[in-house]
Design a protein around this ligand. Structure first.
Ligand code: NAD
Ligand code: DAU
Length: 351
């Protein structure tokens, strides 16, 4: 095999799209998917590629340093794409410790394993850290996040991601570990766990359940189709410069309430319900604590320097996403059974 790449969090939402892209596009690479399979990890996401000869799955916790070191040796890992994380802001408000543990200590454990395994020969090695635009804080109505924007994380989730980004840069500076970091905006698409806005609302509309809009629904997010994020990761993995940061986004800002109306309209069309039916499910609820007002990514650097462009318009992306959830009822039913119900009742039991 030409390369041996460890992808962490590959059973999750974005990770599964990255694994699929790399396994199918690069048969000459060995792709090792390392995942702890938390509530958010689901090997069903990779059913279509799991028997390909260049794919392997390892169930492990990134916080287990000894195990990470062994995996680097066993698989002769020369590249890491690190996506494993606790990723939901609401959960970070109720359980911040697990975010510090996985996102900070887990990243540190992987960095140390990479440094120890690669010491004396960093040539051709790369630690690619997948981060978020939330590390930059919250914007008012104007302006963008640039790669030079100072960090100002506002939630336990974004604080843990910011901390992990700092550790990656510190390993680059102190130990000369080759690295790149990307900070991406909100992703949507197939296989996203229905705790995040879009799949939660698709599932609730399907089941005629209320749509819990936080506050007045005026917060703004910049949405990117997940396959375009995976393509961007491929672009940066192969063309990014050592030590650089690249912002990734779709120049596709939506106020939550406007986006929700689009999801409602598309659902009405696909389910053959009269126009306006789903909107009646909208229920304004207590705002998220410390809710960031607006995120907006300036993605010119990756576009101009590396030639990446988003491939899908939002309307097409939402249509494909809704189709996927409607065609994959079993996937939805399986992930929303058991513990999901407990989480749902705790978060939204009042409506
Ligand atoms: P996700 O929650 O869907 O998946 C996370 C994956 O990590 C799961 O498969 C889970 O089992 C695994 N995992 C969690 N803890 C682990 C541990 N200790 N050891 C090994 N595996 C573990 O997350 P996602 O939305 O796919 O996000 C992936 C990455 O991208 C995260 O680092 C996140 O911060 C970042 N990101 C996400 C978005 C987004 O909109 N979802 C945007 C920008 C950046
Ligand atoms: O910006 C990138 C980030 O996007 C990623 O780093 C995170 O991992 C990812 O979860 C996402 O964070 P958000 O908090 O922006 O995503 P979420 O889908 O949870 O919420 C999107 C917006 O919708 C946000 O303003 C909160 C609002 N919302 C969310 C939920 C779950 C609601 O109004 N009601 C809800 O029930």
């Amino acid at each position: 095999m030409e390369r041996s790449i460890l992808i962490t969090g590959g059973a999750g939402f974005i990770g599964s799209h990255v694994v699929r892209l790399f396994v199918t596009k690069y048969p000459q690479y060995r792709i090792v998917n390392l995942d702890k399979l938390t509530y958010a990890g689901n090997l069903e996401n990779l059913k279509d590629i799991e028997t390909l000869p260049n794919y392997e799955f390892v169930k492990a916790d990134i916080c287990d340093y000894a195990r990470m070191l062994q995996i680097f040796t066993d698989y002769r890992v020369d590249g890491v794409i690190h996506l494993a994380a606790e990723s939901h802001v609401d959960r970070s408000i109720t359980d911040p410790f697990s975010f510090a543990q996985t996102n900070v200590m887990g990243t540190l454990s992987l960095l140390q394993a990479a440094k120890e395994s690669w010491k004396g020969n960093m040539e051709g090695k790369l630690f690619y850290h997948v981060s978020t635009d939330e590390v930059y804080g919250s914007l008012e109505n104007e302006g963008f996040f640039y790669e030079s924007t100072p960090y100002d994380p506002q939630s336990p989730y974004s604080a843990s991601k910011a901390s992990s980004d700092h550790f990656v840069r510190a390993y680059g500076n102190t130990f000369k570990l080759p690295f790149v970091i990307t900070n991406c905006s909100n992703n949507y698409g197939p296989n996203q766990f229905p705790e995040k806005l879009i799949p939660l609302f698709i599932n609730n509309i399907k089941n005629n359940k209320p749509l819990p809009v936080y506050g007045k629904g005026e917060n703004v997010r910049d949405w990117l189709y997940v396959v375009d994020h995976a393509r961007a990761i491929d672009t940066v993995f192969h063309g990014g410069k050592n030590g650089e940061t690249y912002n990734i986004g779709g120049f596709n800002e939506w106020k939550n309430i406007d986006l929700i109306r689009v999801v409602c309209r598309v659902m009405d069309e696909k389910l053959g319900r009269p126009a306006g039916t789903s909107e009646q499910l909208i229920a304004y609820v207590t705002d998220r604590a410390g809710h960031d007002l607006r995120y907006a990514i300036d993605a010119h650097k990756i576009m101009n320097e590396l030639g990446w462009q988003p491939s899908l318009q939002f309307e097409e992306g939402i249509s494909k996403t809704v189709d996927w959830y409607l065609e994959n009822q079993q996937w939805l039913e399986r992930v929303t059974s058991g513990d999901y119900q407990k989480y749902y009742n705790k978060m939204y039991g009042g409506i």
